[in-house]
Structures are given as C-alpha cells and as structure tokens.
Design a protein around this ligand. Structure first.
Ligand code: AMP
Ligand code: ZN
Length: 127
C-alpha cells in the first residue's frame, strides 16, 4: 500500500470513530446553527459563553496541526463562516474564535473545529 493510500485508510478509520463526523453525518444529535457544503456549525454541549458555537469541516481533519497546504481554501472558509455566524448572532460587541490544537492546546475532540465564543467579555491571556 502506498503511503498516500495508507494515510487515507487511517483517516477513514479515524472518521468512523469520530464524534464530530457522526454529528456532521446526522448520526448523533446536535443543535445546528449554520451549514453549507464545506462545514457544519452547531451549539457546544457545554457552553462557555452565552454564544458558543463549534464550526467543523465536513471532511475529517484531526487538527490544525494535521492540516496541509491543500486545506488553505477550507481553513479560510471556516474562518469566514465563523464571522458570518457571529454577524447572524448579533455579536456586534466582539467575540473570540479559538482553535484548540493538540495536547498543550487543550484539544479534546480530534476533529478540527473552531470555537466561536461571544455574548460576554473575554480575558487575556487565556487560561
Ligand atoms: P476541544 O476541547 O477544543 O476539543 O473542544 C471540544 C468541544 O466539543 C468542547 O467544548 C465540548 O463541550 C464539545 N462537545 C463534546 N461533545 C459534544 C456534543 N455531542 N455536542 C456538542 N458539543 C460537544
Ligand atoms: Zn471527524
């Protein structure tokens, strides 16, 4: 098996066991906020702010650390979608977009996602 095919096979295995893939496919319940051909956005089950939305690509990518050059249009789209959702949620005073990545980044679900947090002031530096 070529390296490319092996990586693709590994991703299929990851995706089959992935919580957010199951949500994107409609096999687990979620509260949808926005969706299009590239991404799906839904309310976080443990909200950390009055507005706490997760924006996830439909395609399984483990994390930002696993993204590559060919993912640039998708990554840009996810950021655009977060801004669009923020506008639709009336977050005119501002908001925060967070991409927890890997162990030190506090990532707990290994499917790339953006947190959109709004409706309250956020401190800096983050914890
Ligand atoms: P992270 O820790 O950055 O990987 O973020 C994962 C987020 O997914 C956390 O904020 C969780 O509260 C959220 N989460 C976990 N399971 C679900 C679920 N079934 N529906 C919605 N959000 C979830
Ligand atoms: Zn996934």
């Amino acid at each position: 098996m070529s390296r490319r095919k092996y990586v693709s096979f590994l991703y299929t295995v990851f995706a089959m066991n992935c919580l957010f893939c199951k949500i994107v496919e409609g096999n687990l319940p979620s509260a949808p906020v926005y969706q299009d051909e590239l991404c799906y956005a839904f309310s976080d089950i443990h909200p950390q702010a009055p507005v706490h939305v997760l924006v996830v690509p439909r395609e399984h990518i483990n994390s930002l650390a696993d993204s590559n050059e060919s993912d640039q249009p998708l990554l840009g789209h996810l950021l655009w979608a977060a801004g669009e959702i923020a506008r639709s949620q009336g977050l005119a005073k501002g908001y925060r977009v967070v991409v927890n990545t890997g162990q030190d980044g506090g990532q707990t679900v290994d499917h790339l996602h953006l947190h959109l947090l709004g409706g309250r002031a956020h401190g800096w530096p983050p914890g």
